[in-house]
Design a protein around this ligand. Sequence first.
Ligand code: IPE
Ligand code: IPE
Ligand code: MG
Length: 248
Amino acid sequence: MWDSNADLLARVDKTKLPRHVAIIMDGNGRWANVRGLLRSAGHTAGVKTLKQILKTAVNLKLEALTVYAFSTENWKRPHTEVDFLMHLFSDYLEREKQEMHANNVRIKFLGRTEDFSPALQNLMRESVELMKNNTGVKFNVAADYGGQDEIVRAAQKISRRVQAGELSPENISAQIFADELDTAGQPPVDLLIRTGDEMRLSNFLLWQTAYAEFWFTETPWPEFTPEEFVDALIDFGKRSRRFGALKN
Ligand code: IPE
Ligand code: IPE
Ligand code: MG
């Protein structure tokens, strides 16, 4: 099992934890640049951060953690960077899958998969299969993911059901729509964290963040720590969530 920092975990009021935390892991390239390193060194450092944050989520028994690893827009980056990210992604899965499994993590991938190499697609399928019966943290990795793309794909699936006569247009509800998204069956995002000093969604979880609380930090992802993660969780516990109603 993963070791845990008892002092850190003790700071958290477990009754006020979000069910679903989503993270835009941003700032790797800039972190590397200011140190005179290649952007790739920032991505490598970012993977280490991810491991620490996943461990913390496991130790806190969070229900779901979703991380933005590669967006549908990230294909616009230079080929060398895209290639590096693909290798990093497959190395990470290969290296970490057994340990995640031993910690009862259930991995899932959000997004398209068909543009990844056949070897990476296989590895993704194998990882999902390995952990499919686990009951711990739902760990969603958004890769080749875009919120608009996900919504369009859901609309296509629903249209096909309508065309097949299984569903009538007036019966399409928010629930039916949500059930066709990549996050089907998971709770909506309660807390969205973005590192790296940008305040935008960059096409992440557009539907699922409808009522999310937002937490932004200037800290670049390679420097984000379990302590700062816990700070965000504690801050979340102080928010007044009204969902359009009045405070009671
Ligand atoms: C986030 O860091 C990681 C990915 C998008 C894959 P960036 O690579 O965007 O780093 P910055 O924003 O350029 O610093
Ligand atoms: C969002 O970061 C995507 C990921 C973290 C994977 P970007 O760095 O790609 O976002 P923009 O370009 O600054 O909006
Ligand atoms: Mg960025």
